[in-house]
Design a protein around this ligand. Structure first.
Ligand SMILES: *Cc1c(COP(=O)(O)O)cnc(C)c1O
Length: 452
């Protein structure tokens, strides 16, 4: 199994190489050169626990890591989830199930990938005997999940930049209250884009990158997408048999990473019905699936901040498949998108539907779902609850615990959503390392901390 770039200008990489470098040197994203067919394996996977299923799956995609080691990696990665099912599937009405993806340490679905990625980094450090500096920018959930995947891991220092005052208070606490010596939560002035720009500039300095052995943590690592495929297979196997062939997965979407994983599982032979891309008011993907036109606008802050995105970084992977794996065309179209050109793609038959939801409706939906089903959803998950398929079962992917977004939820339901791990956090001291939003300042700080 080798990994190629969507833009076709890098040599094939092994799984561990592709995970280590993250982004291909031609600017493209890694994908397996050929998707394996899992349809013949589903029956034998039926009785497995979640970590066992993940190990079977990854043995297909990362054959350069022995099967035995995959079993211990996935067992450890999912041992810190607070549900024995890891990803429990709850039935809330005759036709509707909710797949709760927030039982990991930071209470959002990103833990599924980043708990595992932290262990893969650790394995790399051990094999190579070289310390690693992990750097990323976050608007909230990715940073906290990455920190919890790396904290306390020997040989790794993790640096996460975020816009000062612009992440949710509990998200900041998840980053800044770990007490771990290898974690640096770095507020910088400005917006998420400023933080992101500084990170990019750091990676644009090759001598710095090699001096501190810098690695990027972001939403495009292939290990993240693959780790997310597993819970689609898991949920599908938990459904009543008669519901499986037509089930629609409804996925709150920003960067297109989560729903891309589901679609890839379907391409591998998971016989499910299809997907609905559920966006908030930042609806570039909704507009794309409705009209075929991909045109970036400005980001407007919403109740569902982890979906406040106008450039869906994982979309390039879908594009690659849609363009018949024509890497030259992917390269050309990505260039046009980067310039901000309007790009229109032919509308092809696809298994995607799309929906959008504004903030006023998000608040109404949280109240309505509570009233109808006695079930509390967070503002991201709320975006899924519209335009439900009438003739088949839906599985809503619940991406965060309502306790992470207490204000909106309390206003809608009248009760403050609580989670014990967040209550603990509220009492802990905040430790941040504020820096100016410049690459010079950040590079000097990292150098000092890793002793390079
Ligand atoms: C990151 C995130 C999303 C969006 O996921 P993508 O993979 O970017 O589409 C949705 N909800 C929550 C809670 C998130 O943290």
């Amino acid at each position: 199994m080798f990994y190629i770039s969507t833009r076709g200008q890098t040599r094939p990489h092994s799984f561990t190489e592709a995970v280590e470098v993250g982004l291909a040197t031609d600017g493209g994203l890694f994908l397996p050169e050929k998707l394996p067919d899992i349809s013949g394996k589903l029956a034998s996977w039926a009785g497995l626990t979640y970590p066992e299923l993940a190990a079977e799956f990854f043995t297909l995609f990362g054959p350069d890591i022995p099967a035995e080691e995959w079993r211990s990696l996935t067992a450890e990665a999912y041992s810190r989830f607070d549900s024995p099912d890891v990803a429990p599937l709850k039935k809330i009405s005759e036709q509707t199930y909710v797949l709760e993806l927030w039982h990991g340490p930071t209470l959002a679905f990103k833990d599924f990938a980043l708990q595992l990625l932290g262990l893969l980094y650790k394995r790399q450090v051990k094999l190579k005997g070289k310390k690693l500096a992990v750097l990323g920018a976050t608007s909230g959930d990715t940073g906290s999940a990455a920190i919890h995947g790396c904290m306390g891991q020997e040989g790794i220092e993790i640096f996460i930049l975020y816009p000062n005052g612009r992440v949710a208070p509990l998200q900041e606490r998840q980053m800044a209250c770990t007490g771990a010596a290898n974690v640096y939560a770095i507020p910088v002035p400005g917006t998420f884009d400023d933080a992101q720009r500084v990170v990019k500039e750091c990676f644009g300095d090759p001598s710095f990158v090699s001096a501190v052995n810098l690695s990027a943590v972001n939403s495009i690592n292939i290990a993240r997408v693959l780790a997310q495929c597993v819970y689609y297979i898991w949920a599908w196997m938990k459904l009543p048999e008669e519901a499986r062939a037509t089930v629609e997965f409804v996925v709150p979407t920003g960067n297109f990473g989560n729903v891309m994983a589901g679609w890839m599982a379907q391409q591998m032979g998971l016989p499910c019905g299809g997907f609905r891309v559920a966006t908030n008011q930042n609806d570039i993907l909704y507009r794309f699936f409705e009209t075929g036109e991909y045109k970036q606008g400005d980001v407007s802050p919403s109740y569902a901040p982890s979906m406040d995105i106008q450039a869906a970084s994982n979309f390039e992977r879908y594009l690659y498949f849609m363009l018949g794996k024509d890497q030259n065309r992917v390269r050309e179209i990505m260039l046009r998108m980067k310039r901000g050109d309007r790009v229109t793609l032919p509308k092809t038959a696809s298994s995607f539907r799309a929906s959008r939801m504004d903030d006023a409706t998000i608040a109404e939906v949280i109240a309505q779902v509570w009233k109808d089903h006695g079930y509390v959803v967070d503002p991201h998950t709320a975006c899924a609850f519209t335009d439900m398929a009438k003739d088949r079962v839906s599985v809503v992917l619940s991406t965060a615990s309502p306790a992470k977004f207490p204000e909106v939820v309390q206003e809608a339901t009248g009760a403050e959503p609580l989670h014990p791990s967040l209550e603990v956090l509220k009492a802990l001291p905040l430790k941040t390392d504020p820096l100016p939003a410049t690459a010079e300042a950040v590079k000097a700080f990292i150098r000092e901390k890793v002793g390079a």
